[in-house]
Write a protein that binds this ligand. Structure first.
Ligand code: GDP
Ligand code: MG
Length: 207
């Protein structure tokens, strides 16, 4: 059984539904009341991907105010993928997705230098009043190199599993190419093997 750990960022303006998304995905819970995230919240979800593969997802739910602080660089470090979320009923949160994406790309890349795969999620599609057209989302998605976008409703539990599955597939694909990449590095770098007298010390305490 192999196990891989992926760090996934969830970013976007305050109140778009990031914390609710994580709660829904990890615990299948939804709460109406709003509790502001301060700094960053973490959640872990273990997925049995196949008979021989487990995936540990570490979800970093970053408070929306954080874009204005230098802390995002610390939070973004070593991320494998990212979700940028906005609220379909608040146009400004859609406009700001571009700023979030640029903030991410300016501060973080994958080890091979390519940008972190980023999915654009349009939340609250259960609400009637909308301020963003689908054609505009499509355009921002293409222009700013998101790997895809979809409407979701955390409240109704719509497209939550599907969007995460899509993101995981993307990470798994990157993961195997990065493995090939580090494999090719190993082929060209001389390996240092411990000699017979470099045997590790027996562990344990003698006292
Ligand atoms: P965050 O600041 O981005 O973490 O946003 P929260 O997850 O705290 O959600 C902010 C508010 O939006 C809360 O009152 C949620 O109940 C509400 N909310 C979240 N997702 C949805 C949704 O899909 N539909 C509707 N109608 N409300 C939602
Ligand atoms: Mg929150």
């Amino acid at each position: 059984m192999t196990e891989v750990l992926f760090k996934v960022l969830i970013i976007g303006d305050p109140t778009v539904g990031k914390t609710s998304f994580v709660q829904r995905y990890v615990n299948n819970l939804y709460r109406r009341d709003y509790k502001m995230t301060i700094g960053v919240d973490f959640a872990l979800k273990v997925i049995k991907w196949s008979d021989s593969q487990n995936i540990k997802l570490q979800l970093w739910d970053i408070a929306g105010q954080e874009r204005f602080t230098s802390m995002t660089r610390v939070y973004y470090k070593d991320a494998h993928a990212c979700i940028v979320m906005f609220d379909l009923t608040q146009r400004l949160t859609f406009q700001n997705t571009v700023k979030w994406k640029k903030d991410l790309d300016a501060k973080c890349t994958l080890p091979d230098g390519t940008s972190v795969p980023c999915l654009l999620l349009a939340n609250k599609c259960d609400l009637k009043h909308r301020e963003v057209e689908q054609a505009e989302i499509e355009e921002v998605c293409k222009e700013h190199d998101f790997i895809g976008w979809t409407e979701i409703s955390v409240k109704e539990g719509l497209m939550i599993e599907e969007s995460m599955r899509f993101l995981i597939e993307e990470m798994m694909a990157k993961h195997s190419t990065l493995d090939d990449f580090s494999e090719s590095l190993r082929m060209t770098t001389p390996t240092i093997r411990p000699s017979a007298n470099d045997k590790p010390q027996a562990s344990g305490c003698s006292c």
